[in-house]
Design a binder for this molecule. Structure first.
Ligand code: NAD
Length: 489
C-alpha cells in the first residue's frame, strides 16, 4: 500500500513510485501552540531532477496519455480516496497550518469535486474535425503537453494543489508537484492518498516538499513545458521571467486585495457577517480575503459601529477547539510582519477602529495569533490599502457615488475578486462590468465552482484555473491536414 509507514516519522517525498528522503530535514510546527508535530525531508535540486526524469519517462512509456478512460477512472478513484481520508486530512491541515477545522473540512471537501469535474473533462475535452475543401479533411487534436510542473502555497495546500493537478492529469500530462515546508506533513499524507490510487501508473504523479531551489528546478527545466503556479505576485513575477525565457506555458494565480463594496441599500444584516467572514477565513491568509471595505457614506456610522463590535467578538484560538472562529497565522514571523504593516499605517494617518493585533496573554501567547484589525483610511495610496497584508487587517474607506466606488475598487495593482452588496437589480451588474477582477460576487463572497473560471486581472495572475479554460494550460493543439487520396477523374 502506498501510505508512508508511521514508524518512519519523517514526512517523505513521493518520487517515481517510491518514498524518498530529501537533502535536509526540518521540524513541522503547530502554529497554534508552537509545538513540534513531526519531522520532514525537504527535497533539493537532486530530488527535483529525479522527479522530472520519472514524470518524463512515465509520459513517454506509460499509456496514460493515450487512455482517456483510464484517466477518468483514476481521477474518480482519487476523489474516492480523498473523500475517505477527508477527516484525517482536515485535522492535519488544522494542526499544521492553523485554519479552523470547519475551514479545513471545507477546503478538503472541494478536492473530490475538482477531481470528479476533471474526470469528466478527461472524457469530453477533445478537438474537432472539418472538411474545408473537397478531397481534404482537417483535424485539430488536443495533445497533452508533457510534464506539468505544479507549485502551490501553504494556505490551502489540498484545494490549490489539486486545482492544478486534476486538469493536468485530465489532459494526459504527468506531474511534478512542489509544495512548501509549512505543510510538509499534509503534503506527505496527500502524496499517500494519491499514490495509492488503483491504476495510476508509476511516475505519473510525483510530489515533494520543496523550497525555492527545488521549485526553481521545475521552472528552469527544458523537460517541463508547462508551469502552474499559485502563490505571491512577487514569486509569480520571478517564475514568469524564468519560464518565459524558456517559452513555457504558464498559469499564474497570484495575490489579491479584494474590495467589498457596501452600497446604502445593502442588506447589512446579511452583509456584515460576510464582511467578518471574508476577513477572518484562514485568518486573512487567503488570496481572496476581503481586505478593502468600501462603504457608501449614508451607512458609514452603522457599519463602523456594528462591524467593530462583530470583529471584537471574533473567537480566536486553536482551530481544533469547538467554537473557534479564527485560528493563528502560519508562524510568528508573519505576526511581526502584519503588525509592522499596521503600525506603519497608523503612523501614516490610518484611524484605528479596532486595533486587534498580536495575542500576548495566556496560552495563546505560545502560538501565532493575531486579532482582527479595522482601520479607517482616506488616503488610498497607503501601503495598507495597496499591499497584500495576508493577515486579518481590514481597511475601511468611504465613497459617495457609484462612480467613486468603482474608481476606489480599481485603484489597485491586483484584480482577483470583488464583492458588491446592494438590493438593487441593475446597479450590481453595472458595477460588476466596470470592475477589473476575474471573479465578482453580488451579495456574497468566495463562491467558487469547478465549472466556472477563476483567475486574476492585472497583477493577480495569468490564465485561468477551474472552469473549462483550465485544461488549456496542459494541452498542445495539433492540426493534421489529410488528403486521403488523389481522386483520378
Ligand atoms: P510564495 O510565492 O512565497 O510561495 C508559493 C510557492 O512557491 C511555495 O511552494 C514556494 O516554496 C514556491 N517558491 C517560492 N519561490 C520560488 C521560486 N523562485 N521558484 C519556484 N518556486 C518558488 O507564496 P506563499 O507565501 O506561500 O503564499 C501566499 C501567497 O499566495 C499570497 O500572495 C496569496 O495571495 C497567494 N495565493 C494566491 C491564490 C490564488 O488562487 N490566486 C491562492 C492562494 C494563495
Amino acid at each position: 500500500m502506498a501510505e508512508q509507514k508511521q514508524e518512519t516519522k519523517v514526512a517523505l517525498n513521493w518520487i517515481d513510485g517510491q518514498w524518498c528522503d530529501g537533502e535536509r530535514h526540518g521540524d513541522s510546527i503547530n502554529p497554534a501552540t508552537g509545538e513540534i508535530i513531526g519531522r520532514y525531508a525537504q527535497a533539493g535540486v537532486a530530488e527535483a531532477q529525479r522527479a522530472i526524469a520519472a514524470a518524463r519517462r512515465a509520459f513517454r512509456e506509460e499509456n496514460w496519455k493515450q487512455d482517456r478512460l483510464l484517466r477518468a477512472r483514476v481521477l474518480n478513484r482519487m476523489a474516492d480516496r480523498f473523500e475517505a481520508s477527508g477527516e484525517a486530512l482536515a485535522r492535519l491541515i488544522t494542526t499544521e497550518n492553523g485554519k479552523t477545522l470547519e475551514q479545513a473540512r471545507f477546503e478538503i471537501g472541494i478536492v473530490p469535486l475538482t477531481l470528479r469535474f476533471n474526470a469528466a473533462l478527461a472524457l469530453t475535452d477533445h478537438g474537432h474535425a472539418a472538411q474545408v475543401e473537397p478531397g481534404q479533411l482537417s483535424m485539430v487534436l488536443r495533445e497533452p503537453v508533457g510534464v506539468a510542473g505544479i507549485i502551490a502555497p501553504w494556505n490551502s495546500p489540498g484545494a490549490l494543489m489539486v486545482r492544478s493537478l486534476a486538469p493536468a492529469l485530465a489532459a494526459g500530462a504527468t506531474a511534478v508537484i512542489s509544495l512548501p515546508r509549512q505543510t510538509a506533513q499534509v503534503n506527505a499524507l496527500m502524496a499517500g492518498i494519491i499514490a495509492g490510487t488503483e491504476g495510476l501508473p508509476r511516475g505519473v504523479v510525483n510530489l515533494f516538499t520543496g523550497g525555492h531551489e527545488a521549485g526553481n528546478v521545475l521552472v528552469e527545466s527544458p523537460d517541463v513545458p508547462s508551469i502552474s503556479f499559485t502563490g505571491s505576485t512577487r514569486t509569480g513575477r520571478a517564475i514568469s521571467a524564468t519560464a518565459s525565457a524558456n517559452l513555457k506555458r504558464l498559469g499564474l494565480e497570484l495575490g489579491g486585495k479584494t474590495p467589498v463594496i457596501l452600497f446604502d441599500d445593502a442588506d447589512l444584516d446579511a452583509a456584515l457577517p460576510k464582511v467578518v467572514e471574508a476577513l477572518t477565513v484562514f485568518s486573512g491568509q487567503f488570496c481572496m480575503t476581503g481586505s478593502r471595505l468600501l462603504v457608501q457614506r449614508g451607512i458609514a456610522e452603522r457599519v463602523r459601529d456594528e462591524l467593530s463590535r462583530r470583529l471584537e467578538a471574533v473567537k480566536v484560538g486553536p482551530g481544533l477547539e469547538p467554537g473557534v472562529e479564527m485560528g493563528p497565522l502560519i508562524d510568528r514571523s508573519n505576526v511581526e510582519r502584519v503588525n509592522g504593516m499596521v503600525t506603519d499605517a497608523i503612523a501614516a494617518g490610518a484611524k484605528v477602529l479596532v486595533r486587534g493585533g498580536p495575542v500576548s496573554e495566556g496560552d495563546l501567547a505560545r502560538g501565532a495569533f493575531y486579532r482582527p484589525t479595522l482601520l479607517e483610511v482616506t488616503d488610498s495610496s497607503l501601503d495598507i490599502v495597496q499591499k497584500e497584508v495576508f493577515g486579518p487587517v481590514l481597511t475601511l474607506q468611504l465613497f459617495d457615488t457609484e462612480q467613486q466606488a468603482v474608481v476606489l475598487a480599481n485603484d489597485s495593482e491586483y484584480g482577483l475578486a470583488a464583492s458588491i452588496w446592494s438590493r438593487d437589480i441593475d446597479r450590481p451588474l453595472r458595477v460588476a462590468r466596470e470592475i477589473e477582477a476575474g471573479t465578482i460576487w453580488v451579495n456574497d463572497w468566495a463562491v467558487l465552482y469547478d465549472q466556472f473560471e477563476e483567475g486574476g486581472f492585472k497583477q493577480s495572475g495569468q490564465g485561468r484555473m477551474r472552469g473549462y479554460a483550465v485544461i488549456d494550460d496542459f494541452v498542445e493543439f495539433k492540426h493534421i491536414a489529410l488528403r486521403p487520396g488523389v481522386v483520378e477523374t
